[in-house]
Design a protein around this ligand. Structure first.
Ligand code: ARG
Ligand code: ZN
Length: 499
């Protein structure tokens, strides 16, 4: 039987304003998506499916202006919602109507639509903005990199705040059209395929498209004077690379490495299955940073990665992320091992392929070269904490865990897991725990205590555990494990984890 409700005054008033009967449930979306490592990153209450960024950038002054149009679906009744953004906003519209907006926290843009948004409906959000990204910071830092002839947005976990408003967390992936006008003679590089360019009155507009879901931190922008090369891999993947025209002495080594992208992506497909995106490539801007980043389809490389000569190992690392990190993205930043453990392991497979040390030899070396009292073992790759998210242990101990898994479940099951995983979670998100369950299903082996030891234990797995996992603890104790030939080249990619 339905009872008549006594409607309180305020609610009765809002009912008169024709707000849906459930008005009491309309509430602001959370200012964070719920990631314990980064509580304010991302936002609650909606999910973005597409970003349309139409921008203009002037390299001489670092002035960026543009309009972002976001297509979103609400996941709760929303009276208000946040985007993450640092530049100056002049107008916001939601479903065509002007919305009010305010700033809060370190990087929140709070948007109050003229009419509240019902759960499960679509919302088109238009943000007009401008600003000088290099003058903006959050938490006292900036990840916007100025170069002599432009700028670059490429960093992890945060880079979007400096150039477009977003729901900045990998849980909310979307497709992108990125269109950037820059002065003639300057190039604008982004993800995906270059749909077209057009020139008018001294400005050239570059239109890029990513037609597969892409995380916000994997969306990149580089403006500067680049030499662009194009091709197609044997396997049929279109390749677009770009090199700053002022790489100086690093130019040759950069090209000798990145020009092998097509070959390496085909080689990785042999392990991980078909390449998941419509384009691949890398770019090397003239930044002073040290790291590389797996920006989707268009990898970011610092020139310093090539200071000692060519480095195909770093190219393999970043391309491996296209499957492990980009196609299958983490659910929370604590799950970073499903990115870095496997990208590092791919470098070990490449070493093996090149005859410079097998994955097993590299694993034995990692195990042997860190004594039990080394702080290395205090970092748990399965949940390293935000301060150690890119610690070397996430990479090396992370890959050691992958080799231990290979030894435990055998090559057949192991390589089936490597190839099946990207298919299982294609274009989605997954956690370390999802990986354990998947590996258990494929191998028919319970792996809870195994992963407990190799991914979560804050101390060196003991000799019996190592023996059990096929490592060579007896030799290790004597310090007799030889350093594989590839070690230095692989270690040369380690500046990936320093800001
Ligand atoms: N995911 C990158 C890599 O391993 C690491 C980026 C680390 N972030 C940074 N700001 N250094 O390829
Ligand atoms: Zn990596």
């Amino acid at each position: 039987m339905h009872r008549r409700l006594i409607v309180p005054g305020a609610l009765a008033a809002s009912l008169l304003l024709a707000i849906p009967a459930s008005a009491a449930s309309y509430a602001p979306g959370a200012p964070g998506i719920g990631d314990p490592y980064y509580p304010a990153y991302g936002n609650g209450g909606y999910d973005v499916s597409h970003y349309d960024l139409r921008l203009t950038y002037q390299p001489t002054t670092d002035e960026l202006e543009g309009t972002a149009t976001l297509l979103a679906t609400t996941t709760q009744d929303l009276s208000r919602f946040d985007l993450d953004f640092l530049l100056d906003v002049s107008e916001v519209r939601v479903n065509g109507a002007k919305a009010s907006f305010a700033r809060s926290g370190e990087h929140e843009l709070e948007i109050t639509p003229a009419k509240p948004l019902a759960k499960g409906t679509s919302a088109t959000v238009v943000v007009r903005y401008s600003g000088v990204p290099s003058t903006k910071s959050a938490y006292g830092f900036s990840t916007w990199h100025r170069t002599p002839d432009g700028a670059v947005a490429a960093d992890e976990p945060e880079s979007a705040w400096w150039w477009y408003p977003s729901n900045d967390h990998p849980l909310d992936k979307a497709t992108y059209d990125v269109s950037v006008a820059v002065p003639d003679g300057t190039q604008a590089i982004s993800n995906g395929t270059l749909q077209s360019t057009s020139s008018r009155l001294g400005w050239t507009r570059w239109n890029w498209r990513s037609n597969k879901p892409q995380a916000t931190y994997l969306t990149t922008l580089a403006v500067g004077k680049f030499d662009i090369t194009t091709g197609t891999s044997d396997g049929g993947v279109p390749v677009v690379n770009a090199y700053s025209k002022d790489l100086g002495d690093n130019d040759g080594a950069a090209r000798a490495s990145v020009e092998r992208t097509g070959e390496l992506v085909d080689w990785l497909s042999g392990y991980f299955g078909p390449y998941p995106f419509s384009s691949v490539g890398g770019y090397v801007p003239n930044t002073t940073t040290g790291y590389a980043l797996e920006t989707q389809t268009r990898v970011y490389y610092s020139p310093r990665q090539f200071a000692n000569g060519s480095n195909t190992s770093v190219v393999v690392h970043e391309l491996a992320h296209q499957w492990f990190g980009d196609d299958v993205s983490l659910k929370g930043w604590k799950d970073i091992w499903i990115n870095e453990g496997f990208a590092r392991y791919a470098q070990w497979l490449w070493s093996e392929h090149e005859g410079e040390g097998t994955a097993q030899e590299l694993a034995d070396y990692v195990y042997a070269s860190h004594p039990a009292d080394d702080a290395f073992w205090t970092v748990a790759p399965g949940d390293p904490g935000p301060d150690d998210q890119f610690d070397i242990a996430v990479y090396d101990r992370g890959a050691l865990a992958v080799q231990a898994l290979r030894d435990k479940i055998g090559d057949d099951a192991f390589f089936a897991v490597l190839k099946g995983w990207p298919k299982e979670h294609a274009y989605g998100n997954a956690s370390v725990d999802d990986f354990r369950k998947y590996a258990e299903r494929v191998s028919g082996t319970s792996l809870a205590s195994f992963f407990g030891t190799w991914l979560f234990q804050p101390s060196k797995p003991a000799a019996p555990a190592a023996r059990n996992a096929g490592l060579a603890p007896a030799q290790a104790a004597k310090g007799a494990v030889a350093r594989p030939k590839s070690w230095k080249k692989i270690a040369a990619t380690d500046s990936v984890h320093s800001r």
